[in-house]
Write a protein that binds this ligand. Sequence first.
Ligand code: PEP
Length: 249
Amino acid sequence: MAPKPLIAGNWKMNGRLRELTELEAIAAGAAEAGAGKDLLICPPATILSASVGLLAGKTAIGGQDCHAEKCGAHTGDIAAEMIADLGATYVIVGHSERRGEHQETDAKVRAKVEAAWRAGLVAIVCIGESEEDHEAGGKLDVLGRQLSGSLPDGVSAANTVVAYEPIWAIGSGRTPTTADVAEVHGFLREALSERFGAEVAGGIRLLYGGSVKPDNAAELLAVENVDGALIGGASLKAEDFIAICRACP
Ligand code: PEP
């Protein structure tokens, strides 16, 4: 049986108190558009607490990143335990913007996954190839390395989601072909199966992310082994996010 789809929104560094109205609109549409799926919004840390209150029981809330340590002298960072403390249940780790802008290695991402589990959060582990790797035909090697390096032992369907996000597709309006997405997701399922066994691998949700919009969501979400989407820009408007949820089979 295919895993229950997850439609996740990543608000990145967007969203002030006034944008909580978008979350109210998502909460209003969640029951109808989210039937049979899990919905998740990852707002910035500054409105995490308010978001948990607004979306309680309708849409899960997650952090966008966490530090690997529980507490300590890490100015500006947020521990997984702090995210869980607010009532959030997921955290994104290894997003290409973290890997690129903050030089996060696979080893660092792996430590963050362990931190997320320690705090009882589900880790959404992002991987994705650059445009050069895509053009050169080396994407599966890159993705295989990122996957094995970013995931600790102990992965289960309950504690981990994997998001395939080609870097060149993020925020660009460009997407891979559905054949490319099918190839990558099939490869990821197989790699997970080899390491964690077929039963665990079959239950892990594999999200596609990168320029998912209301008008391409149905096509992308229908691809084999795509168990949902991670959405940046189009998750900022409730109307678009809800339309994508509806498009998910
Ligand atoms: C993202 O950054 O996770 C993302 C998928 O962004 P966008 O949907 O805007 O391409």
